[in-house]
Design a protein around this ligand. Structure first.
Ligand SMILES: C[S@@+](CC[C@H](N)C(=O)[O-])C[C@H]1O[C@@H](n2cnc3c(N)ncnc32)[C@H](O)[C@@H]1O
Length: 530
């Protein structure tokens, strides 16, 4: 039985209590996080940190318990809460290669698994796919469908209009010689260290960090400061801004002393705008070292790792990483960390972290892989000839597709006017010089959500279905994950000669967007109209 929440306990006891209370694993770091971010108060008893279980349970009730019911009332009672995958830890929803590179609009692997595997439940009453089948994802994005197909012993083809997305997907599904990858990372690290030894940035950063640490300890004590902000004792905006201004002269004098070059004088590209000069020099250096790698798979994998590094080194604040506001090249008050933070001056830390992480992730996936085929193609799904294109990469797979045909589609099309898929990785297009096909994207943000954009979306998605249908078996199943706020999927199905035979309503809990209100996606199940 869950203990009464009426006493003070240690962090360890609180994590045990919360695990029972919530029915999922809550770690001591999760509890410390709540203290650090001022969600619950830190108390002391005989010199030890304790927290109030009462306060903790109030917190969970506010943020978790009532949410399920509220959302059902707002979104309808057919909402399938188990499709929120709330019970999974972040490390599970970003398992192995799924986190090789960030990607806005990615679905979680457990959702793909749910529809592709052979289980049934109260909502999913039949098994749709079997081992040895072939699946198509005409909007493959960062490759979630392909990776999960591989895990489940299913062959898969992915298509995307953005060549960088195809590169990410290809890197996730390819098999590697891990020794080669490790040796190349080691070689590049040695070279990078030699390169950095000639720069003054290291010394500049050490001194800056020391100044920041003294300043932050004095003016933003942990966890008292955040707690005071939360209970309204400190006006965060005013206080943060005042301290930001107070620190700037220290920063400026160090920049001058060490001759650090910050903004580009005449920005003309994404890289000019969003990266300080030292970072760009290091990026160019590592990119050049990567280009010397002879093993193509390793070369592409480390290019994706560099791209992940570049993304984390943009001159922006910690709070604005997902949605860039304006370039920040000075120290600033950081709302996320509740203190004065600094921009990055070297890629070294992130390159080291991500290259190690990449090796760990490909090794993890290697243990789970099945011997199935996954092929990724750059192209417009409205018109691409799938067999011809697959043949240029893997003729045996092209023959298998011709002979067996594709069993169905599992995909999440772009939403109307929400994301510019090329633009989200603009730094990668600038760095690697890929051709861009922005005009062929269906439903890009730059075209908006007006009636014209919606009509062109209906035509775009149904053209994709009409083109892909040619390669499907009779009796195929198509699953499309969408947020149909304009109720246009019935028109899409009609135009594609299909019918919606089922709908699964899934709550989306962990959105990266600032708006955390009730939100659901629909997984449409379509079949050929008789
Ligand atoms: C919602 S995302 C897919 C995300 C994917 N399910 C994942 O987990 O990463 C939609 C994708 O459709 C692609 N796309 C847009 N228009 C396309 C077109 N005409 N042909 C092929 N792909 C297109 C975009 O580039 C984007 O990567």
């Amino acid at each position: 039985m869950v203990q009464e929440a009426n006493d003070f306990v240690s962090i360890k006891e609180a994590s045990k209590w919360a695990s029972e209370y919530l029915g999922k694993h809550v770690t001591t770091s999760n509890i410390s996080y709540l203290i650090q971010y001022g969600r619950i108060e830190k108390h002391e008893s005989k010199g030890n940190t304790v927290i109030s279980l009462n306060e903790l349970s109030q917190y969970y009730k506010r943020y978790t318990g009532s949410r399920k019911e509220e959302w059902r009332q707002q979104l309808g009672h057919e909402l399938n809460w188990s499709l929120s995958f709330d019970q999974y830890k972040e490390s599970e929803t970003t398992k192995h290669v799924h986190r090789l590179h960030p990607y806005k609009g990615k679905f979680i692997p457990q959702l793909v698994e749910y529809f592709l595997d052979d289980h049934t439940d109260d909502f999913k009453k039949s098994v749709y796919f079997n081992r040895g089948d072939i699946i198509l994802d005409p909007f493959v994005g960062s490759g979630t469908t392909l990776v999960q197909s591989n895990e489940l012993g299913i062959h898969a083809i992915g298509i995307d209009i953005s060549s960088f997305n195809v590169m990410i997907s290809g890197c996730k599904t390819r098999k590697y010689n891990i020794d080669i990858v490790e040796n190349e990372v080691k070689r590049i690290n040695e070279k990078l260290n030699e390169f950095l030894a000639c720069s003054k940035t290291d010394e500049f950063e050490k001194i800056l960090l020391k100044e920041l640490s003294d300043f932050n300890t004095k003016y933003f004590p942990v966890p008292e400061y955040k707690y005071k902000v939360r209970i309204g004792e400190v006006d965060e905006k005013k206080y943060g801004r005042a301290k930001e201004i107070e620190f700037l002269p220290i920063y400026n004098s160090l920049v001058e002393k060490y001759g650090i070059k910050l903004a580009h004088e005449n920005p003309r590209s994404f890289m000019d705008t969003w990266f300080i000069q030292q970072i760009r020099n290091e990026i160019d250096f590592v990119r050049n070292e990567i280009s010397k790698i002879r093993d193509t798979s390793t070369r592409k994998l480390l290019a994706v790792t560099l791209s992940r590094t570049i993304r984390s080194c943009r001159a922006t604040t910690h709070a604005d990483l997902a949605t860039l506001n304006k370039p920040i090249t000075t120290t600033y008050y950081c709302r996320k960390h509740g203190k004065i933070c600094k921009p990055l001056f070297s890629i070294k830390k992130w390159w080291n972290t991500y290259s190690k992480d990449t090796i760990k992730r490909i090794a993890q996936f290697d243990m789970l892989r099945t011997d199935t085929k996954q092929v990724c193609i750059t192209g417009d799904s409205k018109s691409i000839n799938i067999i011809d294109q697959v043949r240029t990469i893997d003729p045996d797979f092209a023959n298998l597709i011709m002979h067996k045909r594709i069993n169905g589609i599992f995909s999440s099309p772009p939403y109307v006017g929400l994301i510019d898929y090329h633009e989200q990785h603009a730094y990668a297009y600038d760095t690697f010089g890929f051709a861009r096909n922005d005009d062929l994207e269906i439903g890009p943000m730059f075209k908006g959500q007006g009636p014209e954009a919606r009509q062109s979306y209906i035509e775009g998605i149904s053209d994709v279905l009409l083109n892909c249908k040619k390669y499907l078996i009779d009796g195929y199943s198509v699953f499309l994950v969408a947020n149909d706020k304009y109720n246009i999927y019935p028109a899409i199905a009609e135009r594609a000669g299909m019918v919606i035979v089922d709908k699964f309503l899934r709550p989306v809990l962990n959105r990266t967007e600032k708006d955390k209100g009730a939100y659901s996606e629909i997984i449409f199940h379509l079949k050929e109209k008789n």
